[in-house]
Design a protein around this ligand. Structure first.
Ligand SMILES: Cc1cc2nc3c(=O)[nH]c(=O)nc-3n(C[C@H](O)[C@H](O)[C@H](O)COP(=O)(O)OP(=O)(O)OC[C@H]3O[C@@H](n4cnc5c(N)ncnc54)[C@H](O)[C@@H]3O)c2cc1C
Length: 511
Protein backbone atom coordinates (compact mmCIF):
# COMPACT_ATOMS: atom_id res chain seq x y z
CA UNK A 1 0.00 0.00 0.00
CA UNK A 2 1.47 3.39 -0.99
CA UNK A 3 1.77 5.73 1.98
CA UNK A 4 1.59 9.54 2.06
CA UNK A 5 1.90 12.10 4.80
CA UNK A 6 -1.33 13.73 3.66
CA UNK A 7 -4.21 12.41 1.60
CA UNK A 8 -6.64 15.13 0.59
CA UNK A 9 -9.99 13.93 -0.76
CA UNK A 10 -11.47 16.52 -3.12
CA UNK A 11 -10.06 19.15 -5.44
CA UNK A 12 -12.31 22.16 -4.89
CA UNK A 13 -10.98 25.23 -3.13
CA UNK A 14 -10.86 23.48 0.28
CA UNK A 15 -8.87 20.47 -0.93
CA UNK A 16 -6.52 22.42 -3.17
CA UNK A 17 -5.82 25.11 -0.59
CA UNK A 18 -5.17 22.53 2.15
CA UNK A 19 -2.96 20.49 -0.20
CA UNK A 20 -0.92 23.55 -1.15
CA UNK A 21 -0.29 24.27 2.53
CA UNK A 22 0.44 20.62 3.31
CA UNK A 23 3.12 20.24 0.61
CA UNK A 24 5.39 22.25 2.95
CA UNK A 25 5.14 19.42 5.49
CA UNK A 26 5.47 16.18 3.54
CA UNK A 27 4.15 14.12 0.66
CA UNK A 28 0.63 14.89 -0.53
CA UNK A 29 -1.86 12.88 -2.58
CA UNK A 30 -5.08 14.44 -3.87
CA UNK A 31 -7.86 11.98 -4.75
CA UNK A 32 -10.72 13.42 -6.76
CA UNK A 33 -13.56 11.51 -8.32
CA UNK A 34 -13.93 13.53 -11.51
CA UNK A 35 -11.54 15.74 -13.38
CA UNK A 36 -9.73 18.18 -11.10
CA UNK A 37 -12.04 21.13 -11.64
CA UNK A 38 -15.40 19.36 -11.33
CA UNK A 39 -16.64 20.84 -8.07
CA UNK A 40 -18.97 23.43 -6.54
CA UNK A 41 -16.11 25.91 -6.31
CA UNK A 42 -15.91 26.40 -10.03
CA UNK A 43 -19.51 27.67 -10.15
CA UNK A 44 -19.26 30.24 -7.35
CA UNK A 45 -20.25 33.60 -8.74
CA UNK A 46 -20.74 36.30 -6.13
CA UNK A 47 -17.38 36.05 -4.44
CA UNK A 48 -15.64 35.63 -1.12
CA UNK A 49 -16.44 37.69 1.97
CA UNK A 50 -13.71 39.44 3.98
CA UNK A 51 -13.82 42.55 6.16
CA UNK A 52 -11.17 44.46 4.21
CA UNK A 53 -13.11 47.56 3.12
CA UNK A 54 -12.98 51.07 4.55
CA UNK A 55 -15.03 51.21 7.76
CA UNK A 56 -15.30 47.42 7.98
CA UNK A 57 -13.84 45.20 10.68
CA UNK A 58 -13.77 41.53 11.78
CA UNK A 59 -16.16 42.60 14.55
CA UNK A 60 -18.82 43.85 12.08
CA UNK A 61 -18.38 40.78 9.87
CA UNK A 62 -18.74 38.60 12.98
CA UNK A 63 -21.96 40.37 13.97
CA UNK A 64 -23.50 39.80 10.52
CA UNK A 65 -22.43 36.13 10.57
CA UNK A 66 -23.98 35.60 13.99
CA UNK A 67 -27.21 37.36 12.98
CA UNK A 68 -27.60 35.18 9.85
CA UNK A 69 -26.97 31.96 11.80
CA UNK A 70 -30.21 32.23 13.83
CA UNK A 71 -28.82 31.41 17.28
CA UNK A 72 -26.64 28.42 16.39
CA UNK A 73 -23.36 30.00 15.25
CA UNK A 74 -20.30 28.73 17.12
CA UNK A 75 -18.82 31.99 18.38
CA UNK A 76 -15.22 30.84 18.53
CA UNK A 77 -15.33 29.44 15.00
CA UNK A 78 -16.96 32.59 13.63
CA UNK A 79 -14.40 34.77 15.41
CA UNK A 80 -11.58 32.74 13.83
CA UNK A 81 -13.32 33.01 10.44
CA UNK A 82 -13.59 36.78 10.48
CA UNK A 83 -10.25 37.53 12.16
CA UNK A 84 -8.22 35.34 9.79
CA UNK A 85 -10.12 36.36 6.65
CA UNK A 86 -7.77 39.13 5.51
CA UNK A 87 -4.66 36.92 5.82
CA UNK A 88 -6.24 34.15 3.77
CA UNK A 89 -7.27 36.63 1.06
CA UNK A 90 -3.63 37.66 1.00
CA UNK A 91 -2.67 33.99 0.48
CA UNK A 92 -5.12 33.69 -2.44
CA UNK A 93 -3.68 36.83 -4.02
CA UNK A 94 -0.18 35.37 -3.55
CA UNK A 95 -1.23 32.21 -5.39
CA UNK A 96 -2.37 34.48 -8.24
CA UNK A 97 -6.15 34.77 -7.85
CA UNK A 98 -7.01 37.84 -9.94
CA UNK A 99 -9.54 39.66 -7.76
CA UNK A 100 -11.21 42.57 -9.59
CA UNK A 101 -9.71 45.98 -8.88
CA UNK A 102 -10.46 49.60 -9.65
CA UNK A 103 -7.61 52.12 -9.60
CA UNK A 104 -5.38 49.52 -7.96
CA UNK A 105 -7.82 48.79 -5.11
CA UNK A 106 -9.78 45.55 -4.77
CA UNK A 107 -13.45 46.27 -5.53
CA UNK A 108 -16.03 45.04 -3.06
CA UNK A 109 -19.60 43.95 -3.81
CA UNK A 110 -22.54 43.87 -1.45
CA UNK A 111 -24.70 40.83 -0.73
CA UNK A 112 -27.73 39.96 1.36
CA UNK A 113 -27.52 40.38 5.16
CA UNK A 114 -24.03 41.93 4.99
CA UNK A 115 -24.10 45.38 6.61
CA UNK A 116 -21.31 46.67 4.32
CA UNK A 117 -19.83 45.91 0.89
CA UNK A 118 -17.27 43.14 1.63
CA UNK A 119 -17.43 40.64 -1.21
CA UNK A 120 -14.25 40.24 -3.29
CA UNK A 121 -14.90 38.93 -6.77
CA UNK A 122 -12.92 37.92 -9.84
CA UNK A 123 -13.90 38.23 -13.49
CA UNK A 124 -17.11 39.93 -12.33
CA UNK A 125 -19.27 36.91 -11.54
CA UNK A 126 -16.71 34.21 -12.38
CA UNK A 127 -15.00 34.20 -8.98
CA UNK A 128 -15.11 30.45 -8.39
CA UNK A 129 -13.76 29.59 -11.83
CA UNK A 130 -10.81 31.94 -11.36
CA UNK A 131 -10.03 30.54 -7.91
CA UNK A 132 -10.31 26.93 -9.07
CA UNK A 133 -8.18 27.42 -12.17
CA UNK A 134 -5.53 29.36 -10.28
CA UNK A 135 -5.18 26.87 -7.42
CA UNK A 136 -5.36 23.79 -9.65
CA UNK A 137 -2.60 25.13 -11.91
CA UNK A 138 -0.37 25.86 -8.90
CA UNK A 139 -1.11 22.36 -7.55
CA UNK A 140 -0.34 20.71 -10.89
CA UNK A 141 3.02 22.51 -11.00
CA UNK A 142 4.00 21.49 -7.47
CA UNK A 143 5.14 18.22 -5.91
CA UNK A 144 1.61 17.01 -5.26
CA UNK A 145 0.38 13.70 -6.65
CA UNK A 146 -3.08 14.13 -8.16
CA UNK A 147 -5.27 11.15 -9.03
CA UNK A 148 -8.33 12.20 -11.01
CA UNK A 149 -11.37 9.93 -11.53
CA UNK A 150 -10.50 8.22 -8.26
CA UNK A 151 -13.40 8.02 -5.81
CA UNK A 152 -12.74 7.49 -2.11
CA UNK A 153 -15.09 4.69 -1.11
CA UNK A 154 -14.12 3.90 2.50
CA UNK A 155 -12.16 5.42 5.35
CA UNK A 156 -9.89 2.90 7.04
CA UNK A 157 -10.07 3.46 10.79
CA UNK A 158 -8.59 1.29 13.48
CA UNK A 159 -9.14 1.88 17.23
CA UNK A 160 -10.39 5.42 16.60
CA UNK A 161 -7.38 6.37 14.45
CA UNK A 162 -7.54 7.05 10.72
CA UNK A 163 -5.04 4.92 8.81
CA UNK A 164 -5.88 5.32 5.15
CA UNK A 165 -8.55 5.03 2.48
CA UNK A 166 -10.01 2.58 0.05
CA UNK A 167 -10.64 4.07 -3.38
CA UNK A 168 -12.16 3.17 -6.71
CA UNK A 169 -10.52 3.94 -10.01
CA UNK A 170 -13.70 5.07 -11.78
CA UNK A 171 -12.29 4.36 -15.23
CA UNK A 172 -11.54 0.69 -14.61
CA UNK A 173 -13.70 0.04 -11.51
CA UNK A 174 -10.65 -1.37 -9.73
CA UNK A 175 -10.07 -1.01 -5.99
CA UNK A 176 -7.03 0.82 -4.59
CA UNK A 177 -5.75 1.40 -1.05
CA UNK A 178 -3.59 4.21 0.29
CA UNK A 179 -2.18 4.77 3.77
CA UNK A 180 -1.51 8.18 5.31
CA UNK A 181 -0.59 10.06 8.45
CA UNK A 182 -3.40 12.57 8.01
CA UNK A 183 -6.56 12.53 5.93
CA UNK A 184 -8.28 15.75 4.92
CA UNK A 185 -11.87 15.29 3.77
CA UNK A 186 -12.74 18.12 1.39
CA UNK A 187 -15.52 16.49 -0.60
CA UNK A 188 -17.93 19.43 -0.72
CA UNK A 189 -21.71 19.42 -0.43
CA UNK A 190 -24.77 17.37 -1.32
CA UNK A 191 -26.93 19.53 -3.58
CA UNK A 192 -27.67 16.49 -5.74
CA UNK A 193 -30.10 15.42 -3.04
CA UNK A 194 -32.70 17.71 -4.58
CA UNK A 195 -34.54 17.87 -7.90
CA UNK A 196 -33.75 21.55 -8.43
CA UNK A 197 -30.20 22.40 -7.44
CA UNK A 198 -27.38 24.79 -8.24
CA UNK A 199 -24.80 22.09 -7.53
CA UNK A 200 -22.97 20.05 -10.18
CA UNK A 201 -23.24 16.26 -10.35
CA UNK A 202 -20.23 15.63 -8.07
CA UNK A 203 -22.06 17.12 -5.06
CA UNK A 204 -23.38 13.82 -3.67
CA UNK A 205 -22.47 14.11 0.01
CA UNK A 206 -19.82 11.35 -0.14
CA UNK A 207 -17.70 12.82 2.66
CA UNK A 208 -20.57 12.93 5.14
CA UNK A 209 -21.55 9.33 4.32
CA UNK A 210 -17.94 8.07 4.48
CA UNK A 211 -17.37 9.83 7.79
CA UNK A 212 -20.63 8.64 9.34
CA UNK A 213 -19.90 5.03 8.39
CA UNK A 214 -16.42 5.35 9.89
CA UNK A 215 -17.80 6.60 13.22
CA UNK A 216 -17.33 10.36 12.84
CA UNK A 217 -19.90 12.79 14.20
CA UNK A 218 -22.24 14.56 11.80
CA UNK A 219 -24.02 17.75 12.88
CA UNK A 220 -26.68 20.24 11.70
CA UNK A 221 -27.80 18.22 8.68
CA UNK A 222 -31.34 19.64 8.85
CA UNK A 223 -29.99 23.03 7.80
CA UNK A 224 -29.71 23.10 4.03
CA UNK A 225 -29.74 26.45 2.28
CA UNK A 226 -31.99 27.03 -0.72
CA UNK A 227 -30.78 29.83 -2.95
CA UNK A 228 -33.68 32.12 -3.82
CA UNK A 229 -32.81 32.72 -7.44
CA UNK A 230 -31.87 30.33 -10.23
CA UNK A 231 -32.82 30.94 -13.84
CA UNK A 232 -36.03 29.03 -14.57
CA UNK A 233 -36.68 28.53 -18.26
CA UNK A 234 -38.16 25.46 -19.95
CA UNK A 235 -35.43 23.09 -21.09
CA UNK A 236 -32.62 25.04 -19.37
CA UNK A 237 -30.76 23.45 -16.43
CA UNK A 238 -31.00 25.58 -13.23
CA UNK A 239 -28.38 28.32 -13.47
CA UNK A 240 -27.56 30.48 -10.48
CA UNK A 241 -28.46 34.15 -10.61
CA UNK A 242 -26.10 35.42 -7.93
CA UNK A 243 -27.29 37.26 -4.87
CA UNK A 244 -24.92 40.00 -5.95
CA UNK A 245 -27.49 40.84 -8.66
CA UNK A 246 -29.86 41.93 -5.88
CA UNK A 247 -26.87 43.54 -4.16
CA UNK A 248 -26.45 45.74 -7.22
CA UNK A 249 -30.14 46.77 -7.11
CA UNK A 250 -32.03 43.87 -8.74
CA UNK A 251 -35.67 43.72 -7.60
CA UNK A 252 -37.89 40.65 -7.22
CA UNK A 253 -41.35 41.10 -8.68
CA UNK A 254 -44.45 39.08 -9.54
CA UNK A 255 -45.94 38.54 -13.00
CA UNK A 256 -47.59 42.01 -12.83
CA UNK A 257 -44.24 43.64 -12.12
CA UNK A 258 -45.15 44.31 -8.45
CA UNK A 259 -42.13 44.23 -6.09
CA UNK A 260 -42.98 41.99 -3.12
CA UNK A 261 -39.97 41.78 -0.81
CA UNK A 262 -40.31 45.18 0.90
CA UNK A 263 -43.50 44.03 2.62
CA UNK A 264 -41.82 40.82 3.81
CA UNK A 265 -38.65 42.04 5.54
CA UNK A 266 -36.91 45.32 6.49
CA UNK A 267 -33.97 44.36 4.25
CA UNK A 268 -36.39 43.75 1.34
CA UNK A 269 -34.58 42.02 -1.56
CA UNK A 270 -31.45 41.63 0.55
CA UNK A 271 -33.18 39.79 3.39
CA UNK A 272 -31.65 36.47 4.54
CA UNK A 273 -31.87 33.73 1.92
CA UNK A 274 -34.42 31.58 3.74
CA UNK A 275 -36.80 34.52 4.02
CA UNK A 276 -36.44 35.37 0.33
CA UNK A 277 -36.73 31.72 -0.78
CA UNK A 278 -39.97 31.21 1.19
CA UNK A 279 -41.42 34.50 -0.04
CA UNK A 280 -40.77 33.44 -3.64
CA UNK A 281 -42.26 30.00 -3.02
CA UNK A 282 -45.40 31.62 -1.57
CA UNK A 283 -45.69 33.90 -4.63
CA UNK A 284 -45.29 30.92 -6.95
CA UNK A 285 -47.91 28.91 -5.08
CA UNK A 286 -50.34 31.85 -5.05
CA UNK A 287 -49.97 32.44 -8.78
CA UNK A 288 -49.70 28.78 -9.78
CA UNK A 289 -46.45 29.36 -11.71
CA UNK A 290 -42.95 27.93 -11.34
CA UNK A 291 -41.16 31.29 -11.18
CA UNK A 292 -41.19 34.97 -10.21
CA UNK A 293 -39.07 37.67 -11.84
CA UNK A 294 -35.80 39.37 -10.95
CA UNK A 295 -35.59 42.74 -12.64
CA UNK A 296 -32.39 44.63 -13.45
CA UNK A 297 -33.77 46.55 -16.44
CA UNK A 298 -33.68 49.80 -14.42
CA UNK A 299 -29.87 49.51 -14.00
CA UNK A 300 -27.42 50.90 -16.55
CA UNK A 301 -26.86 48.13 -19.14
CA UNK A 302 -23.09 48.66 -19.05
CA UNK A 303 -23.13 48.11 -15.28
CA UNK A 304 -25.04 44.84 -15.68
CA UNK A 305 -22.83 43.48 -18.44
CA UNK A 306 -19.54 44.42 -16.75
CA UNK A 307 -20.50 43.24 -13.27
CA UNK A 308 -22.27 40.05 -14.38
CA UNK A 309 -20.70 39.05 -17.69
CA UNK A 310 -21.25 35.33 -17.12
CA UNK A 311 -24.93 35.64 -16.18
CA UNK A 312 -25.55 38.13 -18.99
CA UNK A 313 -23.95 35.84 -21.58
CA UNK A 314 -25.65 32.68 -20.30
CA UNK A 315 -29.10 34.31 -20.44
CA UNK A 316 -28.42 35.86 -23.85
CA UNK A 317 -27.45 32.41 -25.15
CA UNK A 318 -30.99 31.40 -24.18
CA UNK A 319 -32.55 34.41 -25.94
CA UNK A 320 -33.01 36.47 -22.77
CA UNK A 321 -31.45 39.95 -22.72
CA UNK A 322 -31.46 40.77 -19.00
CA UNK A 323 -30.75 44.46 -19.61
CA UNK A 324 -34.20 44.63 -21.30
CA UNK A 325 -36.24 41.74 -19.89
CA UNK A 326 -36.84 40.55 -16.31
CA UNK A 327 -35.26 37.20 -15.42
CA UNK A 328 -37.61 34.28 -14.56
CA UNK A 329 -36.26 32.80 -11.30
CA UNK A 330 -37.14 30.26 -8.61
CA UNK A 331 -35.37 28.86 -5.54
CA UNK A 332 -33.01 25.85 -5.73
CA UNK A 333 -31.04 23.69 -3.29
CA UNK A 334 -27.67 25.31 -2.81
CA UNK A 335 -25.52 24.80 0.28
CA UNK A 336 -25.12 22.24 3.08
CA UNK A 337 -24.61 24.01 6.39
CA UNK A 338 -24.25 20.73 8.29
CA UNK A 339 -21.58 18.10 7.84
CA UNK A 340 -18.72 16.37 9.60
CA UNK A 341 -18.43 17.99 13.03
CA UNK A 342 -15.06 19.65 13.58
CA UNK A 343 -13.44 22.00 16.04
CA UNK A 344 -11.67 25.21 14.97
CA UNK A 345 -8.68 23.14 13.81
CA UNK A 346 -10.71 20.95 11.48
CA UNK A 347 -10.25 17.99 13.81
CA UNK A 348 -13.01 15.38 14.07
CA UNK A 349 -13.69 12.82 16.78
CA UNK A 350 -11.48 10.36 14.83
CA UNK A 351 -7.78 11.00 15.33
CA UNK A 352 -5.92 12.00 12.15
CA UNK A 353 -9.20 12.57 10.27
CA UNK A 354 -9.75 16.22 9.40
CA UNK A 355 -12.50 17.92 7.41
CA UNK A 356 -12.71 21.36 5.81
CA UNK A 357 -14.89 23.18 3.33
CA UNK A 358 -18.54 22.48 2.65
CA UNK A 359 -18.31 18.89 3.95
CA UNK A 360 -17.33 20.16 7.40
CA UNK A 361 -19.56 21.58 10.08
CA UNK A 362 -17.32 24.04 11.92
CA UNK A 363 -20.36 25.89 13.26
CA UNK A 364 -19.62 29.19 11.50
CA UNK A 365 -22.90 29.13 9.58
CA UNK A 366 -25.20 28.02 12.39
CA UNK A 367 -28.69 27.52 10.98
CA UNK A 368 -28.11 29.70 7.93
CA UNK A 369 -25.05 30.75 5.96
CA UNK A 370 -24.22 34.36 5.34
CA UNK A 371 -23.62 34.80 1.61
CA UNK A 372 -19.99 34.35 0.50
CA UNK A 373 -18.83 33.08 3.88
CA UNK A 374 -18.45 29.55 2.48
CA UNK A 375 -15.48 30.18 0.21
CA UNK A 376 -13.92 32.05 3.11
CA UNK A 377 -14.52 29.16 5.50
CA UNK A 378 -12.73 26.72 3.17
CA UNK A 379 -9.47 28.67 3.20
CA UNK A 380 -9.50 29.73 6.85
CA UNK A 381 -10.02 26.19 8.10
CA UNK A 382 -8.08 24.51 5.26
CA UNK A 383 -5.04 26.35 6.51
CA UNK A 384 -5.77 25.53 10.16
CA UNK A 385 -6.02 21.80 9.40
CA UNK A 386 -2.43 21.82 8.18
CA UNK A 387 -1.22 24.11 10.96
CA UNK A 388 -2.60 21.68 13.54
CA UNK A 389 -1.60 18.40 11.91
CA UNK A 390 1.94 19.55 11.21
CA UNK A 391 2.51 20.92 14.73
CA UNK A 392 4.73 18.88 16.98
CA UNK A 393 2.74 16.45 19.10
CA UNK A 394 0.33 15.70 16.26
CA UNK A 395 -3.41 16.00 16.26
CA UNK A 396 -5.84 15.11 18.98
CA UNK A 397 -9.53 14.51 18.46
CA UNK A 398 -12.69 16.33 19.46
CA UNK A 399 -14.48 15.15 22.59
CA UNK A 400 -17.38 12.85 21.71
CA UNK A 401 -20.77 14.57 21.92
CA UNK A 402 -22.59 13.12 24.93
CA UNK A 403 -26.07 13.09 23.37
CA UNK A 404 -25.12 12.00 19.83
CA UNK A 405 -27.71 9.72 18.24
CA UNK A 406 -27.57 7.07 15.50
CA UNK A 407 -29.77 6.82 12.43
CA UNK A 408 -32.86 4.68 12.85
CA UNK A 409 -32.51 1.07 11.75
CA UNK A 410 -32.96 0.53 8.02
CA UNK A 411 -35.47 -2.32 7.76
CA UNK A 412 -36.32 -3.97 4.45
CA UNK A 413 -39.83 -2.95 3.33
CA UNK A 414 -42.04 -2.93 0.26
CA UNK A 415 -40.93 0.34 -1.33
CA UNK A 416 -41.18 1.98 -4.72
CA UNK A 417 -38.12 1.49 -6.95
CA UNK A 418 -35.12 3.67 -6.09
CA UNK A 419 -33.22 5.73 -8.60
CA UNK A 420 -31.57 9.14 -8.43
CA UNK A 421 -34.62 10.93 -9.86
CA UNK A 422 -36.99 9.32 -7.35
CA UNK A 423 -34.73 10.32 -4.47
CA UNK A 424 -34.38 13.92 -5.70
CA UNK A 425 -38.14 14.30 -6.15
CA UNK A 426 -38.82 12.88 -2.69
CA UNK A 427 -36.34 15.26 -1.07
CA UNK A 428 -37.61 18.30 -2.98
CA UNK A 429 -41.25 17.60 -2.16
CA UNK A 430 -41.01 16.26 1.41
CA UNK A 431 -37.76 17.64 2.87
CA UNK A 432 -37.48 20.89 0.89
CA UNK A 433 -37.91 24.61 1.60
CA UNK A 434 -41.05 24.03 3.69
CA UNK A 435 -41.36 20.75 5.62
CA UNK A 436 -43.74 19.35 8.21
CA UNK A 437 -44.00 16.33 10.48
CA UNK A 438 -46.16 14.39 8.03
CA UNK A 439 -43.94 14.92 4.98
CA UNK A 440 -40.80 14.16 6.97
CA UNK A 441 -42.22 10.95 8.47
CA UNK A 442 -43.16 9.70 5.01
CA UNK A 443 -39.68 10.49 3.71
CA UNK A 444 -38.02 8.86 6.72
CA UNK A 445 -39.85 5.54 6.16
CA UNK A 446 -39.20 5.46 2.43
CA UNK A 447 -35.52 6.34 2.82
CA UNK A 448 -35.00 3.64 5.44
CA UNK A 449 -36.64 1.12 3.10
CA UNK A 450 -34.47 2.24 0.21
CA UNK A 451 -31.32 1.99 2.30
CA UNK A 452 -32.16 -1.57 3.34
CA UNK A 453 -32.53 -2.64 -0.28
CA UNK A 454 -29.40 -0.95 -1.67
CA UNK A 455 -27.11 -3.41 -3.48
CA UNK A 456 -23.38 -3.31 -2.67
CA UNK A 457 -21.88 -0.32 -4.45
CA UNK A 458 -19.49 -1.27 -7.24
CA UNK A 459 -19.11 1.77 -9.50
CA UNK A 460 -19.26 5.56 -9.20
CA UNK A 461 -23.06 5.96 -9.66
CA UNK A 462 -23.88 3.26 -7.10
CA UNK A 463 -21.40 4.68 -4.55
CA UNK A 464 -22.90 8.14 -5.05
CA UNK A 465 -26.47 6.92 -4.68
CA UNK A 466 -25.53 5.15 -1.48
CA UNK A 467 -23.91 8.35 -0.12
CA UNK A 468 -26.96 10.39 -1.06
CA UNK A 469 -29.29 7.97 0.75
CA UNK A 470 -27.19 8.23 3.93
CA UNK A 471 -27.17 12.04 3.71
CA UNK A 472 -30.90 12.13 2.96
CA UNK A 473 -31.60 10.01 6.03
CA UNK A 474 -29.42 12.18 8.27
CA UNK A 475 -31.15 15.31 6.98
CA UNK A 476 -34.68 13.93 7.21
CA UNK A 477 -34.30 12.39 10.66
CA UNK A 478 -32.73 15.59 12.02
CA UNK A 479 -35.46 17.73 10.44
CA UNK A 480 -38.14 15.51 11.96
CA UNK A 481 -36.59 15.80 15.41
CA UNK A 482 -36.23 19.58 15.24
CA UNK A 483 -39.78 20.60 16.12
CA UNK A 484 -39.33 24.29 15.40
CA UNK A 485 -38.36 26.65 12.58
CA UNK A 486 -34.90 28.17 12.66
CA UNK A 487 -32.72 29.59 9.88
CA UNK A 488 -32.96 27.49 6.76
CA UNK A 489 -35.05 24.80 8.49
CA UNK A 490 -38.72 25.74 8.18
CA UNK A 491 -41.47 23.53 9.61
CA UNK A 492 -45.00 24.57 8.63
CA UNK A 493 -46.28 22.78 11.75
CA UNK A 494 -43.83 24.64 14.05
CA UNK A 495 -43.35 28.01 12.31
CA UNK A 496 -41.47 29.72 15.17
CA UNK A 497 -38.09 29.11 16.83
CA UNK A 498 -38.27 27.48 20.26
CA UNK A 499 -35.70 28.19 22.94
CA UNK A 500 -35.35 24.51 23.93
CA UNK A 501 -34.15 23.83 20.37
CA UNK A 502 -31.27 26.31 20.50
CA UNK A 503 -28.93 23.33 20.25
CA UNK A 504 -27.36 21.04 17.67
CA UNK A 505 -28.45 17.62 16.54
CA UNK A 506 -25.42 15.36 16.27
CA UNK A 507 -25.36 11.86 14.77
CA UNK A 508 -22.80 9.16 15.49
CA UNK A 509 -23.12 5.55 14.38
CA UNK A 510 -23.32 3.00 17.18
CA UNK A 511 -20.12 0.94 17.19
C1 LIG B 1 -23.58 27.81 -8.31
C2 LIG B 1 -22.88 28.08 -7.00
C3 LIG B 1 -22.52 29.38 -6.65
C4 LIG B 1 -21.88 29.65 -5.44
N1 LIG B 1 -21.49 30.93 -5.16
C5 LIG B 1 -20.79 31.14 -4.03
C6 LIG B 1 -20.25 32.43 -3.75
O1 LIG B 1 -20.39 33.35 -4.55
N2 LIG B 1 -19.56 32.60 -2.60
C7 LIG B 1 -19.37 31.60 -1.69
O2 LIG B 1 -18.73 31.81 -0.66
N3 LIG B 1 -19.84 30.37 -1.94
C8 LIG B 1 -20.54 30.12 -3.09
N4 LIG B 1 -21.00 28.86 -3.33
C9 LIG B 1 -20.66 27.78 -2.39
C10 LIG B 1 -19.20 27.42 -2.58
O3 LIG B 1 -18.89 27.44 -3.96
C11 LIG B 1 -18.89 26.06 -2.01
O4 LIG B 1 -19.36 25.95 -0.71
C12 LIG B 1 -17.39 25.81 -2.02
O5 LIG B 1 -16.88 25.99 -3.31
C13 LIG B 1 -17.12 24.41 -1.52
O6 LIG B 1 -15.77 24.12 -1.76
P1 LIG B 1 -15.23 22.68 -1.36
O7 LIG B 1 -13.82 22.65 -1.78
O8 LIG B 1 -15.58 22.39 0.03
O9 LIG B 1 -16.12 21.69 -2.26
P2 LIG B 1 -16.16 21.51 -3.86
O10 LIG B 1 -15.67 22.72 -4.55
O11 LIG B 1 -17.52 21.05 -4.21
O12 LIG B 1 -15.13 20.32 -4.11
C14 LIG B 1 -15.44 19.02 -3.68
C15 LIG B 1 -14.47 18.07 -4.35
O13 LIG B 1 -14.56 16.78 -3.77
C16 LIG B 1 -14.58 15.81 -4.80
N5 LIG B 1 -15.22 14.60 -4.25
C17 LIG B 1 -16.45 14.48 -3.72
N6 LIG B 1 -16.64 13.22 -3.28
C18 LIG B 1 -15.50 12.53 -3.54
C19 LIG B 1 -15.08 11.19 -3.33
N7 LIG B 1 -15.87 10.25 -2.77
N8 LIG B 1 -13.82 10.84 -3.71
C20 LIG B 1 -13.00 11.74 -4.31
N9 LIG B 1 -13.35 13.03 -4.54
C21 LIG B 1 -14.58 13.41 -4.15
C22 LIG B 1 -15.35 16.49 -5.90
O14 LIG B 1 -15.16 15.83 -7.13
C23 LIG B 1 -14.73 17.87 -5.84
O15 LIG B 1 -13.49 17.89 -6.47
C24 LIG B 1 -21.64 28.57 -4.54
C25 LIG B 1 -21.99 27.28 -4.88
C26 LIG B 1 -22.60 27.02 -6.10
C27 LIG B 1 -22.95 25.61 -6.45
Amino acid sequence: MTHYDYIVVGSGIAGLFAALQAREHGSVLILTKGSIDECNTRYAQGGIAAPVGVGDSPRLHLEDTIAAGAGLVDLEAARVLTEEAADRIHDLVSFGVPFDTLDGEITLGREGAHSLPRILHAGGDATGAHIELTLSSVARMSRITILEHCLTSRLLVSDGVLEGVEALDCRTNTKLEFGCRFLVLATGGAGQLFKISTNPTVATGDGVALAYRAGAEIADMEFFQFHPTVLRMPGVAPFLISEAVRGEGGILSDAEGRAFMAEQHPQADLAPRDVVARAILAQMEASGTDHVFLDVTHLAPSRVTSRFPQIYRFCLDHSLDITRQPIPVSPAAHYMMGGVRTNVWGETNIRRLFACGEVACTGVHGANRLASNSLLETVVFGRRVVERSSASGGPSATEPTSDAIALSEAVPAEVSPLDLGALQTLMWEKVGIVRDGGSLSQAKALLAGWQATLPTASDRPSHELSSLITCARLMTEAALLRAESRGAHYRADFPEPREEWRRHIVFRRHA
